[in-house]
Design a protein around this ligand. Structure first.
Ligand code: SF4
Ligand code: MSK
Length: 648
């Protein structure tokens, strides 16, 4: 069981975080790091997954003296059941997000969506065509209605496997069929995991873990896939935008409003309302020079990608943002919002407003978000934040100076256009660069930050090591924010840090060596990027053939557990910076980290050291290159169509 080696004075590689944590300590305001210390030593039964409280004969725990719980469940059954409940919770969270967006699309299609509209009709038609929904001669709203119905149907039970699975490569669909891993509705899969793990149902750890993988497929390839596709239709498909990131984006002169959480619906309206001339004039009346809307966590990633709005920080910066004394309002929705926020808020003038029906906080203002009134609600919130500006205690404002440039918004559609140049949209140049070895492979770095680990450090060191070895890195969520703060998400980073051949490609296309692909539901974009590479040809038939690997070096959420599993179920190699809670069962541990490769083609690896993680990922990438036969020394050359077919 690893123990934190983070000295109290230096909890992060980010100076802005260290500075604010010190200020919190001096003022006696507890933060996540203080509570982390007060939790030491953390429970070893929890760490290793061998504590069970699934029935009220328990709680039971496995010890050298007691190898079974009261019902007879052993360490294998207990760890596997606990893991499945995490996968179910992660899938539920992502998928509820997807469902909420599909419901908004339905309302828009009925003309009941207030100021929401179809921002990207071309994307709507593209998506409709993929799912064989008729588009010719039809109005956008009629198509949107059918798309929304199809997406909403993905959540409940159906006799057929989920329709969105067809976005996966054909061969992978075949693997899922053979393994009976095709989900038949997201809700059904979540319910089944809760049923199977109920006392006295499924006791075979292998059977349990395979069911967990099936549910995770419903996560990656269904719920978040719906979320991403609908967000693009309603709010626009992201295109590269420049912005800034870190606490230094907060303004000493403007009204600072932070959005935090995951669902982009209200934040879209806030982005629009923050440009309203009347509201800006009102802010001036109150003594501010304007309105500064920024974000934390994944809502931040959403408004960054589509509006170029700045990001104040990632997961562990939510308390610290309030501690700057410069935030008039923090508007939160769902997921990754710490229950400690009201406690920090009460030490400052900041107003905290919760906006989701399912996420209340004691003694915190809340609004009942209504799609139809979304714009008006956004205006009202901004007005209330402006009214709070005169309450700011200027003597307690301490905004760290750190902020960094970022270029974000690399959707698959953008990558297609950028790589293909003006006349042709294609992934071909990327595939050619991988085949001839200028790019060794592709790595995804995703996930959260965690006080167990020096914040951002593993994300950044892992990314630097990979790009140095000519691996193109794709990122989402808090991982993307961590690397952005370190200056890796700008094209100039390729000149300084990328290996010579990756640098050449990045310079030719004008992209950073680390690409921001969105929020954590947008890990679906990573799955689609891998599928696009495969479909372009020359790199095998299945995702498990690709010279690709994934990592979540500082993860913390149950959602990350579900994400890790759907990558593995998709045939990918996934390195986690700290293990899942399964080490109390040698069998479960072996299954996930070794035997799984023979089942799905993917597997987990636990590796806390980021350079060692990079080495293992590179080794995996080279193994895949060898298997594809693209590591043979050859002249660099352009492939014609016939040669590409032969390679396939
Ligand atoms: Fe104990 Fe079995 Fe009940 Fe778990 S399900 S708490 S192991 S008796
Ligand atoms: S916000 S799930 S801390 S990535 Fe998506 Fe960040 Fe992890 Fe939440």
């Amino acid at each position: 069981m690893p123990e934190s080696k983070v000295p109290l004075k230096e909890v992060s590689r980010d100076g802005a975080i260290n500075q604010m944590v010190q200020i919190a300590r001096l003022e006696g305001i507890p933060t996540a790091w203080d509570r982390f210390q007060s939790q030491q030593p953390q429970c070893k039964f929890g760490w290793t997954g061998v504590c069970c409280r699934l029935c009220h004969m328990g709680p039971c725990r496995i010890t050298p003296r007691a190898s079974q719980g009261i019902c007879g469940a052993n360490a294998d059954t207990i760890t596997a059941r606990n893991l499945l409940r995490e996968i179910a919770a992660g899938t539920a969270a992502h998928s509820d997000h997807g469902r909420a967006l599909a419901k908004t699309l339905k309302l828009v299609s009925r003309g009941q969506g207030g100021r929401y509209q179809i921002a990207d009709p071309e994307r709507l038609r593209e998506v409709a065509r993929v799912f064989e929904i008729k588009t010719d001669g039809r109005e956008d709203l009629a198509i949107a209605s059918d798309v929304a119905d199809l997406f909403l149907a993905q959540f409940s039970w159906s006799e057929e496997p989920n329709s969105t699975l067809k976005l996966a490569p054909k061969k992978r669909q075949g693997v899922w069929k053979r393994l009976e891993m095709e989900p038949e509705g997201v809700d059904r899969e979540v319910v089944e995991l809760l049923h199977r793990t109920n006392m006295g149902v499924d006791h075979d750890y292998r059977h349990l873990i395979l069911a967990g993988l099936k549910c995770s497929v419903a996560d990656g390839w269904v719920g978040p896939m719906v979320a991403t596709l609908v967000s693009d239709i309603l709010f626009g498909t992201p295109k590269p935008v420049r912005s800034r990131v870190n606490l230094g984006v907060l303004s000493a002169e403007k009204v600072n409003i932070l959005v935090h959480g995951h669902e982009p619906t209200l934040s879209e309206m806030l982005a629009m309302a923050s440009q309203d001339e009347e509201l800006i004039a009102y802010a001036r009346e109150k003594g501010a020079t304007g309105i500064n809307l920024a974000g934390i966590c994944c809502t931040a990633n959403e408004i960054l990608m589509r509006h170029g709005l700045p990001i104040a920080g990632n997961f562990l910066q939510q308390e610290l943002a309030i501690l700057t004394g410069a935030v008039e309002m923090m508007i939160v929705d769902v997921q990754c919002v710490m229950p400690s926020l009201p406690q920090v808020m009460r030490c400052f003038h900041t107003k905290l407003v919760s906006t989701s029906d399912i996420a209340h906080m004691h003694e915190v203002d809340r609004i009942k978000f209504d799609v139809h009134k979304g714009y008006q609600q956004a205006c009202d919130l901004i007005r209330a934040a402006i009214d709070n500006f005169p309450n700011r205690d200027k003597d307690r404002v301490r905004i760290p100076k750190e902020s960094m440039d970022i270029v974000a918004g690399f959707s698959n559609e953008t990558i297609f256009h950028m790589l293909g140049g003006r006349f042709r949209s294609t992934f071909r140049p990327l595939n050619d660069a991988i085949i001839d070895g200028r790019i060794r492979g592709v790595a995804a770095i995703v996930g959260c930050t965690n006080p167990k680990i020096k914040v951002d450090d593993s994300h950044v060191r892992l990314a630097i090591e990979l790009i140095k070895h000519n691996v193109l890195v794709l990122e989402t969520g808090c991982a993307a924010i961590a690397c952005a703060k370190a200056g890796l998400l700008v094209p100039e980073a390729a000149l300084e840090l990328a290996g010579p051949t990756l640098r050449e490609v990045c310079e030719a296309v004008g992209i950073p060596p680390v690409l921001h692909m969105g929020s954590c539901v947008d890990n679906s974009r990573l799955l689609l990027a891998a599928t696009n590479i495969l479909n372009e040809g020359g790199l095998g038939q299945d995702l498990s053939d690709l010279p690709a690997a994934g990592a979540a070096p500082e993860w913390m959420s149950e959602k990350a557990v579900a994400i890790g599993h759907y990558f593995v179920a998709s045939g990918l190699y996934v390195v986690l910076g700290h293990p899942l809670y399964v080490e109390g069962s040698e069998n479960v541990n072996q299954l996930l980290t070794k035997e799984m490769e023979g089942i799905t083609g993917g597997r987990f690896e636990w590796e806390p050291d980021p350079e060692e993680a990079a080495r293992k990922m590179l080794e995996h990438i080279e193994k895949k290159r060898d298997a594809l036969g693209i590591n043979k020394k050859r002249e660099r050359k352009l492939y014609d169509m016939k040669e590409r077919r032969e390679l396939e």
